[in-house]
Structures are given as structure tokens and as C-alpha cells.
Ligand binder design. Sequence first.
Ligand code: 6PG
Length: 249
Amino acid sequence: MVAASEPKLIVVADAEALAQAAAERVVARMVANPGSIAICLTGGSSPKKLYQLLGSDAWRGRIPWDRVHWFIGDERFVPESDPLNNMAVARAAFLDRSAPSGHIHPIPTMVENPDESAAAYAHALQAFYGSDRLDPLRPLFDLVLMGAGPDGHTASLFPGYPAIEETTRWVVGVPKANVAPFVPRVSLTLPVLASCREMLFEISGHDKQPILTRLLDGETLPANRARSNGETIWLVDRGALPEGIRGPR
Ligand code: 6PG
């Protein structure tokens, strides 16, 4: 058993600086791994600037595309053609332009129900990893991107839902979301998300101030329970910081 370390808080000026800092960390993890690299993306609005950056001419050349595999930590159970689909957002922003199509691993949503989707994605992850048991010394992902929702959820692990307690299954179906969009979800579970060298939260803007305050107060919410077995980073901008610790401008 690997003890999860406390998150490290890194504060930057604003959303632009946050995307730059996140892109530097993503690329640093790629540089550190000379073999096959696995990055787990996330949905919502928080990673959009980062995705645009990774797709820009300035950054594209820094990514060893032929060695990187792209996964997603949670998905809304809607077709890929739906603008709510998380992987479709990442594809449109940067993946489709540069990543080999066989290296993009979406959660399948054109199946009967979220449970079927979850089972299929667990199978895909296990095939990539080469085992259905996670070895603490061999992380599944180089980097897992995360966001924090207004209720403290992360991925599609909502407070008080059974999915947050799951320790056996790698991926679960979540019939009902706690926040908008109210579509069923499919989510990787905490132990699987933890199997990474780095878990990187992006938390930006004044709207995030209430939830970041609660998280920093140590409230037991999913976003506080999601920890890497390696390094956990909370990358936040000044707009999201609680008043008390915002400091001089
Ligand atoms: C999703 C996400 C989710 C997200 C948080 C934060 O599918 O919605 O993966 O976990 O990271 O809800 O969302 P925002 O970035 O939009 O605030």
C-alpha cells in the first residue's frame, strides 16, 4: 500500500498563467518517461485553455505524439457528437490534429447503458496496463488531470454517492449526476485515478472560491479524497483563492 501524499498548492496569477503552468507540467511528465506515456484528461471548463495551448503551434512540437496515449477520467453518457462529451472537447481542441487515432481512448458511450460503458473502459485500461491488478510500483498514468466541481466532486465522483467508496472496480457507471449537466456519467474510481505519477488539479476563477475554501479547510469531499500515489498538485489562480490567503495584489 502506498501512502498518498498531501497536495502541494501552487498559486499563479490568472487563468492564462494556470494553463501555461499546467502545460509545462504535462510536458515535463512526458520528458521524464522515455517509454510509452499515458495521460488521463478531464472534462468541464477548467482544462479548455490547457487543451488549446497543447494544440497550438508553440506547444505541439514539444509533445512526443507517437509515444503518448490519451485517456479520460470521466465521461458524460452522451454520444461523441454531443457538445457535452468530454473526449470530444479534447479531440476538437487538440487531439484530432496531432495524436494518432489509435492513441485516443474515449469512454464508449454508444452502448446500452453507463455500466456497460464502464465495464468496456475498465477492460481497455487493463489491456493497456497489461494486468487487472494495479501495482503500486508501476503507475497506470504518468499524469491525471482533474477539476473540482461546486459541490466538491471530481471526475464524476459526487459527494455521498456510492461510486466514491468503490475500491474494486476500475470504472463505474453513475446513473445520475449531482450537478449540471444532469446526464448519466461514467467515472474512473479513486484507486485507479490514484495510480499515477502526478495528479494535477486545475482550479481557476472567482466561481471556484467557495469550493476551494472548503477543500483547503480539509472538508471530506471527493476532490479532497482524490490523491495520487505519487504527487498531487493543486494548481490554482489568485481569483480562486479564499480572501484570507489571497495576499497583496
Ligand atoms: C465533468 C468533469 C468534472 C469537472 C468538474 C469541474 O465531466 O464535468 O470531468 O469532474 O472536472 O465538474 O468542472 P468545471 O471545470 O466546468 O468547473
